[in-house]
Write a protein that binds this ligand. Structure first.
Ligand code: ADE
Length: 231
């Protein structure tokens, strides 16, 4: 997979070179948007039409940057609190792409004509506002890259994890069996694989019902089996 990230703070993206990310099958290039400015101050922003607080990123540097970086068929993503929610499903879809380009906005955002001209997809991490798109790109890249073939040691862990089947993950335990008078649930030590699987499924359902009733409501009823506990 090829990934290009355009930002006025390329140093923010340095963690992408660390650990797993550094070993992933990704050809990553981080670009400084100011490379595509021509004035002495390397200006990337201006006041908003119609008034209001803050500054807006000018379209010209973005146009030059994107003309230079986008390939035919590349997918352009713009992190924004006004975007569509970024989900595990979206991460799976993006992990299939050949070329991803992330355009990181700052200030009040990028001039909307840039988004429209390049048919960019605006994506939001959640209902809160960050200073800019850089941290959102770190999050999205980690979610996408760990789905690429060969990145995770144990691919079956992808199947069990939170959101894999629209449910939250079950609680997990390791040794010792007793710690500060807290015991590991006996069923997990029973050696009965059927009972363990049933318990895990129940825990996932109970947790999802308690913490994320929205996920439970969105669950396809066909994925429930008749032994699932009534919630
Ligand atoms: N940029 C600023 N806030 C953001 C958010 N919540 N998600 C994605 N990008 C953002």
């Amino acid at each position: 997979m090829r990934v290009d990230i355009i930002s006025i703070f390329p140093d923010y993206l340095a963690p992408l070179d660390l650990s797993l990310m550094g070993k992933a099958p990704v050809a990553l290039t981080v670009h400084d948007l100011r490379t595509w400015t021509s004035d002495v101050h390397r200006t990337v922003d201006d006041t908003p039409y119609g008034g209001g607080p803050g500054m807006v990123m000018r379209p010209e540097p973005w146009g030059l940057a994107l003309d230079s970086v986008l390939s035919p068929g590349a997918r352009l993503l713009v992190p924004s609190p006004a975007g569509a929610p970024f989900t595990q499903k979206m991460a799976h879809a993006l992990a299939e792409e050949e070329h991803l380009v992330f355009a990181c906005g700052r200030y009040e955002g990028i001039d909307q004509r840039v988004i429209e001209h390049y048919a960019a997809t605006e994506v939001s991490l959640g209902d809160y506002v960050l200073f800019g798109g850089e941290v959102a790109v770190l999050v999205m890249m980690e979610a996408i890259v760990r789905l690429l073939p060969g990145v995770l040691g144990n691919a079956s862990s992808l199947d069990d994890e939170s959101h894999a089947h629209g449910l939250l993950e079950t609680p997990v335990y390791t040794k010792p069996a007793s710690w500060r008078e807290h015991e590991v649930p006996a069923v997990l030590r029973s050696g009965d694989h059927g009972k363990v699987a049933r318990w895990r499924r129940d825990q996932a359902l109970l947790r999802t019902a308690a913490r994320r009733p929205d996920l439970l409501a969105a669950l396809d009823p066909a994925t429930l089996d008749k032994r699932d506990i009534a919630l």
